[in-house]
Design a protein around this ligand. Structure first.
Ligand code: PLP
Length: 386
């Protein structure tokens, strides 16, 4: 019988691993180092860290006292689910434009919560159409809120958030935003967008580690949201009141996640904030797109519509292409991509966010070519679309 430890040693693991995932992302060694000690959960030092993080998030959102920042244990989806149930009144009706997996996840959240909703479908890989959103709002006056996934990370599609937010508000409805894969790099100014709530997570553009979710909302919206949530642990209005009153989390906080986030936000500020980070992601995106297209790979979303977050490439048509071998081949070389297909048309995804630079993107493109060559593939063109 093998022990737990033996089992672990058995697994062949490359010495260093870079994550080309749209979350959790590759972290800076200093972020990992920040988790190397214990924290007293209810101690003043940890309370100060929580306070510092909440303040900095608001600064990134472009606001101060007018808004509140609530943190909640869990992954980004916990934040989205908490946002929906806290800010959509029980008798509200939510419009959900869907052009990929994360939009579908919000539909599933509403179904489980029993919240009234209307779904507006768009083809995967295509952006949500603002005109269709406007028509849907005009046609159904019972809709009180609309939610938009800013970057539909499953295909790498960026949705026209600013225009759609303007339309929703012009129709007198409230805006909720899933900005999990964009906040911290893209300009998501709270005053300009005028949202009721925005959800994000530490392990995407902030380059922290997974374990909590972050929600920003105007103070008056937070005050008015009491009693909406049907879950106690995901009630953001309740957690916000507690933060304001005592500076404490209601339940055991993810101390290591917060320690890493504190360091990640220090690095975010030192890099020059969201604008500088987006600039690096743009350079990463360009380096990746140039290298991959130069080798003959074809993206699912045309380059002009790609977000500098993640690119989905069509699988090569060559019958020798085996996704399982492709994935493990890359992993054994120290390059981690998403281990599956998320789109109807077979694609693999390579992310450009995280503590990575343009050279890291050229490195992964080289490794992709090498692994394909080892499978006997030299022509990377996908099958023609019907
Ligand atoms: C990553 C992500 C989420 C949250 O996913 P988790 O796996 O729960 O962290 C939600 N929405 C979008 C758009 C994302 O990219």
């Amino acid at each position: 019988m093998t022990s737990f430890a033996d089992d672990d040693e058995d697994s062949a693991r490359p010495k260093s691993l870079r994550l080309y995932l749209p979350g959790p992302v590759t972290t800076d060694p200093r972020v990992r180092q920040a988790m190397a000690r214990d924290w007293g959960v209810w101690d003043a030092e940890f309370r100060a860290l929580t306070e510092r993080v909440r303040k900095y998030i608001l600064k990134v959102a472009g606001v101060e006292q007018t808004h509140g920042c609530v943190l909640v244990q869990g992954s980004g989806s916990f934040g989205v689910e908490a946002m929906v149930q806290t800010f959509l009144p029980r008798d509200g009706r939510l419009l959900i434009p869907v052009n990929g997996k994360y939009g579908e996840r919000i539909v599933s959240i509403c179904e489980k919560l029993g919240r009234d909703h209307v779904v507006l479908h768009f083809p995967q890989g295509e952006a949500v159409d603002p005109v269709a959103v406007d028509k849907a709002l005009a046609a159904d006056t019972a809709i009180t809120h609309a939610i938009l996934v800013h970057c539909e990370t499953s295909a790498g599609t960026i949705n026209p958030l600013e225009e759609i937010a303007r339309i929703i508000k012009a129709r007198g409805r409230k805006v909720l935003i899933d900005a999990v894969s964009t906040f911290g790099a893209f300009d998501l100014d709270a005053k300009r967008l005028g949202y009721d709530a925005l959800a994000t997570s530490p392990n995407k553009c902030f380059e922290g580690v997974p374990g909590c979710a972050i929600v920003v909302a105007p103070v008056e919206v937070l005050r008015g949201a009491t009693g909406n949530a049907q879950s106690h642990s995901l009630d953001l209005a309740d957690q916000w009141s507690q933060f304001e009153a005592t500076g404490q989390w209601r339940f055991t906080p993810p101390t290591f996640v917060m320690a890493a986030l504190g360091e990640a936000l220090r690095l975010h500020e030192a890099e020059g904030g969201s604008a500088a980070r987006l600039d690096r992601y743009r350079r990463n995106h360009q380096a990746l797109a140039d290298a991959m297209e130069g080798q003959g790979f074809v993206p699912l979303v045309p380059r002009a519509e790609q977000a500098p977050v993640v690119i989905s490439y069509r699988d090569p048509a060559d019958p020798c292409f085996d996704f399982g071998r492709f994935y493990t081949g890359l992993r054994d070389l120290g390059f981690m991509i998403y281990p599956g297909h998320l789109t109807e048309i077979p694609t693999f995804r390579v992310a450009c966010i995280g503590a990575l630079n343009p050279q890291d993107m050229r490195d992964v493109a080289d490794a992709i070519r090498q692994v394909c060559n080892e499978m006997g593939i030299t022509d990377f063109a996908p099958a023609p679309l019907l």
